[in-house]
Ligand binder design. Structure first.
Ligand code: ATP
Length: 979
């Protein structure tokens, strides 16, 4: 039989902030409690439910759900449910069944514990007060969520993360050029949303080859533990929905996109944020609609409020697909591609207007043409006003620039930083080597050149596509393996193999001996054959990395390559297999052949040319003289400088000339013409982009002022000297030994009395080394970085604040000036404001401590004796003595508790008013900005404004319901210092 009855009222011991809960239903094994005030439901095992039954006694004041107060004189229980009898505020007799108690009622745990003689250690009380103080500070901090990650503080990333994470249910496309840190940006956004409670569940979909890298990056850089879900794991959950098994789920796109049943389960599971990497593979066209991947993401994106799409090459699958992906972000805004293109044509005008801000008043007309609303016109007037001060002008310039950027273009949904803009990236150097065509390849090439019909025959015979059959002669050779002349493996006859072997062994200036070399080939079979050739002919262990390998095999190959000391010199990758991977520890890229699409070429180079690359990038391209492959290289090099730097227009050039180029791969004259035309279009497109879209995107993707403000806020947390002091104190209380081991490191080791359940620490095990310094943590992957956001620190803070730990204490005060035997009560009240966590109310009113120190006569000593002043003069006593001392002073203590409550209450209106003012200032400002924006830029979703209005209303109501709760109480008894 269960001890629970529906309707009974409980509070959670661990999560008292949930408010007063009601038993919804129960059976012999479990009980479900509804916490209406915070809109949460919890199910517990009946045998060990961390719940306390709420039962009031005579004299207690209780609040009814419909708002009236009553003073209890007695209570009766009938069939498990209590009814209270007493008087209301007017003195009228009344009764109240417990089911009608207000959900927002507080239960003074500390008071009850104290009066029943439950006393904690004095240092626990100390820690509790300090925890509350720091928690309050950190929860409101501008860098919350950005301070902990182990990353370099790179402005464009922090700007984007800050801008995106502050939005309601952000939906954006992160489209920085390859290797500029989109994964890091997504991680920062996710981390912040989790820390602030704005999201608690996320689904991350990445290409198969990147699952492990994401898993590792999220753990190593963000201390986020994600669960990698695949078919085997899912089956282990049997009937249960595997997506419900964790808060953060990482899954491979290949698996989910191909599995309708699992997709349905993912759709059923409620996530707050969906992250999809390498979205350029999600193709869509007018004729055929979306592919399987697109359709899957479209369905999920329809249900999940937050959406981050990541790609470095958004237009790789063409403009239509790019547009279709923007539609995933906001279907209302992106429904008409013609209009979208037309808007783009105005970007140049906006970009010029922004540039013209620097040369006012001469360029006033250019600005006025775009800045057409009253606010902007006023700012423009200030800028042109000779009487305005430099400071006023600088401020007006920034405001106007922000307004123009905000209001035009895709800036709100798409962020794209480029190397040129970010700066500090290494040079790329091209080394082309011309080799002689081997006879087996020449035979085919000559025949195709001579005989027009042979190409068609060849396509049928090989089953290959055009122009693959021409630009990948080794693949054609393999496909013609029936031919007796093609008896040997391709790598035996292909001169590129020997060329590579010679290069690898060459110790000269142009040689690669002793350096790591990444080799990329288009086909998986080429990669496999090449690896074999390197082993057989050169004795190299060259791991391969391609889409046909299992995830573990791939990661093993990448790890074997990455190992600095014992690792292999060469890694051979296929095109698709290596996308998104981090190989910036290597500076030599051998492109064994070339891809057909300029964006794929950029993806290849992006493996090395990433944040963290410290050398110039050496691009080695072997090619056969006068071959289709060499002509393709010319088109890239001369037509669009594709080996030099990313330009972002490759896709447009491919769309314009891809087909003609395929036909010109055997014809130098035709090629010359295509190159000339490509070059002309390249220059035009580039100029257009530079003038318009690119410039706007760049200006918008990192606003330096905001970025530096965020960095400054993060640095403030980095330099917070209170952190090590607090952590040491907490470690001591939790029973963790900490020892300085030099070089800015501490080693944390579980002590014999360590409290269980601390992340990373298990009794009997070694523990871990850690540092407080960002630089040390970046240089040392093997050590933890301790910050206010580290899971261990969060766990300790959470355990202290959510539980009863240290909410009562007794200590002795030896002081010559105070007679012995006197009683003092140090009461700590905490603001309590039940609200859904997603409201992130803590940014305005985090749990805030109100301290009241009373002496036995009721005199208020709060202002004259500080917490630390008192604390350092106190002495602990053993628990049984403490209990006896409290029991002997119960009556005066009750009086002091009641008085303390009244005194604390006087602080509440001020705290709430200040929080309300902060909330209004921020949200009203944001609402004004959004409403103004929406008039100009349809990229502002109407639901975004409505959501913000609802949020403001909900915050108003939650703040109005703020109550003070006695959080902790320390009894102090004075003793004669000479005794
Ligand atoms: N702020 C940072 N601090 C330290 N390392 C970083 C930072 N930003 C990026 N990196 C590193 O640079 C590399 C590239 O970052 P990331 O993988 O996020 O780039 P990306 O834009 O997603 O690349 P791709 O376009 O290839 O998918 C990674 O190794 C990442 O760990």
């Amino acid at each position: 039989m269960s001890d629970f009855t529906p309707g009974q009222r409980f509070i959670s011991d661990g999560e008292a902030e949930l408010g007063l809960g009601t038993v919804l239903n129960c059976d012999a094994r479990s009980v479900t409690i509804l916490f209406s005030a915070s809109q949460e439901t919890r199910t517990y095992n009946t045998r060990q439910a961390p719940l306390t039954r709420v039962a009031f006694g005579a004299g207690d004041s209780v609040l009814a759900a419909d708002g009236w107060q009553m003073t209890v004189s007695e209570s009766q229980e009938h069939r498990g449910l209590i009814t209270y009898y007493g008087e209301d505020a007017e003195g009228t007799a009344c009764e109240l069944p417990e089911t009608k108690l207000a959900d927002t009622m507080q239960f003074n745990q500390a008071r009850d514990r104290l009066l029943t003689g439950q006393v904690d250690r004095n240092d626990w009380f100390d820690l509790r007060f300090r925890t509350l103080h720091h928690y309050q500070r950190i929860e409101q901090h501008a860098a919350l969520g950005f301070g902990g990650p182990r990353i370099d503080l790179i402005p464009h990333q922090l700007f984007i993360a800050d801008e995106v994470a502050r939005r309601h249910a952000p939906r954006v496309l992160l489209a920085d050029e390859v290797g500029l840190g989109k994964t890091i940006e997504a991680g920062l956004i996710l981390h912040r949303l989790l820390m602030t409670g704005r999201a608690s569940r996320a689904l991350i979909l990445v290409p198969d080859s990147l699952t492990h890298q994401w898993l590792v990056e999220l753990l190593r850089r963000f201390s986020l533990e994600v669960t990698l879900l695949d078919e085997t794991q899912s089956q282990a959950h049997g009937e249960h929905n595997p997506f419900e098994s964790a808060q953060l789920i990482l899954a491979s796109q290949g698996w989910l996109f191909a599995n309708a049943a699992r997709q349905a389960q993912a759709l059923e599971s409620r996530f707050d944020l969906l992250i999809v990497d390498e979205v350029h593979h999600l193709d869509w066209s007018v004729e055929e609609g979306g592919g399987a991947g697109y359709r899957c993401v479209e369905q999920l994106a329809g249900q999940i409020a937050g959406l981050l799409l990541l790609t470095a090459t958004p237009e790789q699958m063409g403009l239509e697909s790019h547009f279709a992906r923007l539609r995933l972000l906001d279907a209302e805004r992106y429904h008409d591609i013609a209009r979208f293109k037309q808007e783009e044509s105005h970007y140049a005008e906006v970009a010029s207007a922004i540039e013209a801000l620097e040369t006012l008043p001469a360029t006033r007309d250019a600005v006025a043409a775009v800045a057409d609303d009253p606010d902007s016109q006023m700012l423009l007037a200030t800028l042109c006003d000779a009487a305005a001060s430099d400071e006023q002008k600088a401020q007006a310039r920034e405001q106007l620039q922000n307004a123009l950027l905000d209001r035009h273009g895709t800036g709100r949904v798409m962020f794209r930083n480029s190397r040129r803009h970010v700066g500090g990236f290494p040079e790329r150097r091209l080394h082309q080597s011309e080799l002689e065509l081997p006879s087996a390849y020449r035979r085919v090439q000559r025949r195709v050149e001579r005989d027009e019909d042979y190409l068609d025959e060849l396509l049928i015979e090989t089953g290959m596509d055009h122009p693959d059959v021409l630009i990948y002669p080794d693949a054609t050779y393999r496909a013609l393996s029936e031919d007796p002349l093609n008896g040997e493996p391709w790598w035996q006859i292909d001169p590129r193999v020997n060329w590579l072997l010679e290069k690898l062994a060459d110790t000269g200036e142009d040689g690669l001996a002793g350096d790591k070399v990444l080799v990329i080939a288009h086909h998986r079979e080429t990669a496999e054959g090449l690896s074999e050739a390197l082993r057989v002919l050169g004795g190299y262990h060259a791991p391969v990395f391609h889409e046909g390998l299992s995830l573990i095999e791939r990661d093993r190959a990448a790890a074997a390559f990455a190992d600095e000391e014992d690792g292999s010199q060469v890694l051979v990758c296929s095109e698709i297999g290596s996308e998104g991977r981090n190989f910036q520890f290597c500076r030599h890229l051998v492109m064994f052949d070339l891809p057909q699409h300029p964006d794929q070429l950029e993806q290849r180079i992006g493996r090395l040319d990433r944040i963290g690359q410290r050398h110039a990038i050496e691009l080695h391209v072997p090619m056969f003289a006068a071959s289709p492959g060499a002509r393709l290289a010319r088109w890239y090099h001369e037509g669009m400088r594709a080996f030099g730097a990313p330009t972002g227009v490759g896709s447009e050039l491919f769309d314009a000339f891809g087909d003609d180029l395929a036909d010109a791969l055997l014809d130098d004259e035709a090629l010359d013409e295509i190159i000339t035309d490509t070059r002309a279009l390249f220059e035009t497109k580039l100029a257009e982009r530079e003038a318009g879209r690119n410039r706007l995107l760049e200006l918008n993707a990192c606003r330096p002022h905001r970025a530096s403000a965020v960095i400054e806020a993060v640095r403030e947390l980095d330099d917070d000297t209170a952190l090590p002091r607090y952590v040491e104190r907490a470690l001591d209380v939790f029973g963790v030994d900490s020892q300085e081991i030099g070089a800015g490191l501490v080693h944390l080791k579980p002590g014999s009395h360590m409290l269980d359940g601390l992340p990373g620490l298990v009794k009997g095990e070694e523990g871990f080394s850690a540092t407080y310094r960002r630089e040390t943590a970046l240089a040392r992957d093997d050590v933890h970085r301790l910050s206010w956001e580290h899971p261990l620190v969060r766990e300790m803070m959470g355990r202290v604040l959510d539980g009863t730990m240290g909410n009562t204490a007794l200590a002795l005060l030896r002081h010559p000036a105070i007679p012995s035997g006197r009683l003092m009560a140090e009461l700590v009240f905490r603001t309590h404001c039940p609200a859904p966590r997603a409201l992130h109310l803590n940014r305005f009113l985090p749990p805030t401590a109100v301290r009241v120190l009373l002496d036995e006569s009721g005199a208020n000593l709060t202002a004259s004796i500080s917490f630390t002043g008192l604390s350092k003069n106190l002495q602990k006593v053993n628990k049984s003595l403490a209990r006896d001392l409290i029991k002997s002073r119960l009556e005066p203590l009750r009086g002091l508790l009641a008085q303390g409550e009244q005194e604390a209450e006087t602080s509440l209106p001020g705290l709430v008013d200040a929080a309300r003012a902060r909330m209004r200032e921020q949200l009203d400002g944001e609402l004004d900005r959004l409403r103004a924006l929406a008039r100009h830029n349809p990229a502002v979703r109407s639901e975004e404004i409505e959501a913000l209005e609802r949020e403001r209303q909900a915050l108003e109501e939650a703040l109005a319901a703020t109550r003070l709760r006695l959080d902790a109480v320390r009894v102090v008894i004075t003793v004669d210092p000479n005794a």
